[in-house]
Write a protein that binds this ligand. Structure first.
Ligand SMILES: Cc1cc2nc3c(=O)[nH]c(=O)nc-3n(C[C@H](O)[C@H](O)[C@H](O)COP(=O)(O)OP(=O)(O)OC[C@H]3O[C@@H](n4cnc5c(N)ncnc54)[C@H](O)[C@@H]3O)c2cc1C
Length: 236
């Protein structure tokens, strides 16, 4: 990007986005970071569990990255994010180097998966990028069966325990054919009528949606969203 384009991106970011400050941050593991963000604008925001918040992780660029608030404290103007910092993308870098007092520009919260009206049993399927959504779901539903796929199942199991996700939970190793994941999903689809929430890898979301059409007990409602896709950056 040219110097002028970078300055224009910074001007646009300043005009369109809100300034947030890191109030606290800590590591759940080598690849997971929990960050508490505070902003004056958060006091006036209406948060629906499952909503998204976008951050601008790099100055000089308008490219945004999307995260899921775990909780929202409007009185204090504070929210919390949990990021899986795989790879070397701008957001992974931003979260890896987050320190107390650091600022960033944010946009949102805005609607994404709407967990607000979820009642009854939920079958939750996700991966490392879905941990924050699982936490947000805990604020509205208690009867949840979780199925996760992960590059490091042991590591993710430990992170889930730290954030209080437990009970009926299966963490499978990520595989190209998703055989284990789909088998666990079918086993979890027994408590009718249930809501299916599926997020994470676009290819997995697609495979689960397709497979669920053949389940003996089908979901009453499906809430699905791709959070990332192989070879693509910054899905919204
Ligand atoms: C609505 C929504 C909510 C989301 N909430 C969260 C959240 O709460 N926590 C969270 O950690 N993520 C969340 N994500 C996913 C996150 O936005 C992406 O992982 C994002 O691409 C990370 O940005 P980056 O700059 O680190 O990497 P990018 O520059 O976007 O991508 C770099 C490379 O990494 C790959 N990649 C991206 N994400 C993953 C992944 N998870 N696993 C493996 N490879 C990946 C890409 O395909 C690309 O090749 C959410 C996404 C959406 C759309």
């Amino acid at each position: 990007m040219s110097g002028l384009a970078e300055r224009l991106a910074d001007l646009a970011g300043g005009a369109m986005m809100d300034e947030a400050r890191v109030l606290g941050c800590g590591r759940l593991s080598r690849e997971f970071v929990r960050v508490e963000l505070s902003a004056e604008a958060f006091r006036k925001a209406t948060w629906v569990p499952g909503a998204k918040l976008q951050i601008r992780p790099r100055r000089g660029s308008m490219s945004l990255r999307t995260y899921t608030p775990v909780s929202w404290d409007a009185a204090r103007g504070v929210t919390e994010l949990i990021a899986y910092t795989h790879g070397t993308g701008p957001a992974a870098h931003w979260f890896d180097s987050a320190t107390e007092g650091r600022t960033c520009q944010v946009f949102g919260p805005r609607r994404s998966i709407d967990l607000g009206g979820v009642t009854g049993p939920v079958l939750f399927i996700g991966d490392e990028s879905s941990v924050a959504l699982a936490c947000a779901l805990c604020t509205v539903a208690s009867d949840v069966s979780y199925v996760f796929e992960a590059r490091d199942p042991g590591g993710l199991t430990d992170v889930l325990a730290q954030v209080g996700i437990g009970g009926r939970i299966a963490v499978t190793a990520k595989s190209a054919d998703r055989t284990d994941l789909l088998a666990q999903a079918r086993q979890g689809a027994v408590r009718t009528p249930f809501t299916l929430v599926v997020t994470g890898d676009a290819a997995t979301v697609h495979a689960v949606r397709r497979d669920s059409r053949g389940w003996e007990r089908k979901p009453l409602v499906v809430k699905g969203k791709a959070y990332w896709a192989e070879g693509r950056t910054g899905l919204d």
